[in-house]
Design a protein around this ligand. Structure first.
Ligand code: ADP
Length: 500
């Protein structure tokens, strides 16, 4: 309580005018004083504040007026020392402000007076509202997240844990208490976790995610991936917001995958070994068979040329049959040797023009091309490849000879060769108008010794396409066929573009 009139009025007026809040003083229902801030807060000029009553200045509703009058009476009568309120006020200019007000009674020489003080708390209110909304939003995020979110202060006192913690650990948020519970603390990786938290608080910087093992309520171990970020209060780090993600299933799947991969690796290794042994065996057998076959071939030929006049027709026929079959066996062994050599010896690769290789193949197959009447059309300019030129020649030769061998006698055989470039690879197409291949054999013809759809009169060992496939796939390319019976076939393969 203070005694207003004891101060000289001009001094008092100066003090009250310099206050940041609004002041309005009544004595015996008469306006004794109001300051400039009061006028600004209620939005009326000084003149109108003086001539209007308080109800109008504060824009009170009829119900509000009644209330205000009650309070005023009580304060005046000494039944109520003071009354505090905060309400929105619509100013005459239409702006809404929230005013905090206090009505209090004071004693003065002539009796009692009533003082009303006002403060604009619009900003504070909206800041509080914003903070409340943010807190609500944060809780909503916490409640709807399948990861669990927690907040702790600088001293690791927990202030919030989201409900997901129960699903992850078996412990409901209430059982977390004020400090980090034992089930988390004792797991492996916790030393690292503590250090990360300490650093985040010390530096104010987010630390890299870490993994901790926990012991769940049901006794089983679980793994969490934790991301922690410091939060500030002013300039100071006030604590940590952390997100724990349950990665138990992921880790278990990764472990299972690792074990499976290991098994596959072992199996692969033994398969590769078996393959290598098989190839070495084929190589040795075909290599060792070559010499006796060459001798046999030479001797049968000599026998035919030197002693044929001493043999009767039947014996001659037998000898010729032996010669044909020996030649066939020889071809087979030579082809087998070719196949087993691919990949056994690393071919040296170089950059060269695809057409150079193609030209050499055309020379190589020249006789067959001429006798079969095969017309070759190379319909696009081909670029450079990085490959073994010897092997590419082998690929072209095998495919060209097949186009000549498996042509359709009803029409002039034509082979169109083209190349397009895509994603660092050349896609080569060899399109013939031959007899075509039944779709059910499209895969099979690339296997060694498979000659499905071949006629008895067709010459071959069934190894040509297996050689093509091996060469292309050994260089990480692809080879396949598209074909329609009676129309023709297209053999496709990819080889890498030249490297700088
Ligand atoms: P070969 O020509 O010695 O039989 P390949 O491995 O080169 O062995 O071919 C396997 C089989 O694929 C051939 O026997 C033939 O039936 C079929 N084939 C290959 N190329 C063609 C083609 N251009 N047109 C039709 N059939 C083909």
């Amino acid at each position: 309580m203070f005694e207003l009139p004891k101060l000289p009025f001009n001094k008092l007026e100066a003090i009250l005018n310099s206050l940041p809040g609004g002041v309005y003083v009544l004595q015996n229902d008469q306006v004794l004083f109001f300051n400039k801030t009061f006028c600004e807060l209620v939005g009326f000029p000084e003149e109108e504040v003086r001539n209007n009553n308080l109800d109008d200045l504060l824009n009170l509703t009829p119900h509000g007026r009644e209330n205000a009058r009650e309070i005023y009476k009580k304060v005046q009568a000494g039944e109520l020392e003071e009354h505090v309120w905060d309400n929105p006020l619509i100013r005459p200019d239409g702006e809404t402000v929230i005013l905090w007000g206090r009505v209090s009674r004071f004693e003065c020489v002539d009796g009692f007076g009533v003082m009303i003080t006002l403060q604009d708390i619009t900003r504070r209110r909206s800041a509080e509202k914003e903070a409340e909304e943010q807190a609500r939003m944060f809780r909503l995020i916490g409640e709807s997240s399948s990861d669990f979110i927690y907040v702790h202060d600088r001293k690791s006192r927990i202030t919030y844990v989201s409900p997901a913690v129960e699903k992850i650990s078996g412990y409901p948020p209430e059982e977390w208490g004020q400090t980090v519970p034992k089930w988390v603390v004792e797991g492996p990786g916790m030393e690292h976790a503590r250090e990360a938290t300490r650093l985040a608080i010390q530096t104010g910087k987010k630390q890299p995610a870490y993994t901790v093992q926990i012991k769940r309520k049901n006794g089983t171990p679980g793994w969490l991936e934790v991301n922690e970020a410091p939060y500030l209060s002013g300039e100071e780090v006030a604590g940590i917001v952390g997100v724990g993600r349950d990665i138990t299933d992921r880790l278990q799947t990764e472990e299972e995958l690792k074990a499976l991969n290991k098994k596959l690796e072992i199996r692969n290794r033994s398969l590769t070994q078996a393959n290598q042994e098989m190839e070495a065996f084929i190589y040795t057998v075909s290599h060792d068979l070559k010499a006796p076959l060459v001798t046999l071939h030479g001797m049968t030929d000599r026998l035919i040329s030197k002693s044929s006049d001493k043999l009767d027709d039947r014996e001659k026929h037998y000898l010729e049959r032996i010669s044909v079959n020996v030649t066939r066996l020889e071809d087979l062994v030579l082809d087998l040797l070719k196949l087993s050599r691919i990949g056994r010896i690393e071919d040296s690769k170089e950059n060269f023009e695809i057409t150079d290789s193609l030209r050499e193949s055309l020379d190589e197959a020249d006789e067959l091309i001429r006798t079969s009447g095969l017309k070759i059309e190379v319909d696009s300019v081909m670029g450079m490849t990085h490959f073994s030129s010897k092997r590419l020649r082998q690929v072209f030769t095998n495919l060209i000879t097949n186009a000549a061998k498996y042509s359709d006698p009803q029409r002039q055989p034509v082979l169109k060769i083209s190349a397009i470039e895509k994603d660092g690879w050349w896609h080569i197409e060899m399109r013939d108008n031959g007899r075509g291949i039944d779709p059910k054999f499209h895969e099979k013809i690339f296997q060694a010794f498979q000659r499905p759809g071949s006629l008895k009169s067709d010459e071959g060992t069934g190894i040509g396409l297996a050689v093509v496939k091996r060469i292309i796939e050994f260089n990480e390319g692809r080879v396949w066929v598209t074909s329609e019976q009676g129309i023709g076939s297209v053999f496709h393969f990819t080889i890498p573009k030249a490297v700088n």
